[in-house]
Design a binder for this molecule. Structure first.
Ligand code: GAR
Length: 205
């Protein structure tokens, strides 16, 4: 059977993408990265993709409506026969059009234990709120912000002397682990969605 094709969308550093690419390269994820797309021309993630000889494209969102931009992204994803879209630090909200093109086939990673601390600066929100644990969540993307069904979460402690930086670093380490785990389950066809609940099956669906 042909390997499943991943499409990665990112806006910046690209460390989650890098962790996924490592797992793909080492056979931990039985798929191929078909394309990496960024809305930021000088995103470090694009450089990493190019260094890895992956197809890397910048699409300029300036002067376009959300949907017009998303139509360009979707066209590229379709052209590259992408099966699963992975948002990896992609700092844009997707249009309903985009989501409809890939039903239950778009994943996102968020640096908090959803449904807490949605949106931007999740680690800062967690520190300010004073929670004692935080973490990260991989979820399906629906038409809300960070609101789709959760596939996997990881918990980390919040320490008394944490700064946004140190907490983010601790969370990021877990992000790198659970994002690949979620992708692996999906590629293996072991993920079943029932309403908001996601079950991981022992054997493929
Ligand atoms: C990650 O911490 C990711 O969880 C977060 O952006 C960072 C991207 O880092 N995403 C969000 O906050 C989405 N709401 P990376 O570019 O090194 O993967």
């Amino acid at each position: 059977m042909a390997k499943k094709q991943l499409g990665i969308l990112l806006s910046g550093r690209g460390s989650n993408f890098e962790a996924i690419a490592e797992n793909v390269e080492q056979g931990g994820i039985n798929a191929e990265i078909a394309i990496v797309i960024s809305d930021v021309a000088d995103a470090r993630g694009l450089d990493i993709a190019r260094q890895r000889k992956l197809e890397a494209r910048f699409l300029d969102p300036r002067g376009k409506s959300r949907e017009d931009f998303d139509r360009e992204v979707v066209a590229l994803l379709v052209e590259h026969k992408v099966d699963l879209v992975c948002l990896a630090g992609f700092m844009r909200i997707l249009s309903p059009f985009f989501i409809q093109q890939f039903p239950a086939r778009i994943l996102n990673i968020h640096p908090a234990l959803l449904p807490s601390f949605k949106g931007l600066h999740a680690q800062r929100q967690a520190l300010r709120y004073g929670v004692k644990v935080s973490g990260c969540s991989v979820h399906f993307v629906d038409d809300g912000v960070d609101s789709g069904p959760i596939i996997i979460q990881a918990v980390v402690p919040v320490l008394d002397d944490d700064t946004e930086e140190t907490l983010s670093q601790r969370i990021l380490k877990e992000e790198h682990r659970i994002y690949s785990q979620a992708i692996r389950w999906i590629i293996e066809d072991r993920v079943q969605i029932a309403g908001r609940r996601v079950r991981i099956l022992e054997t493929p669906v």
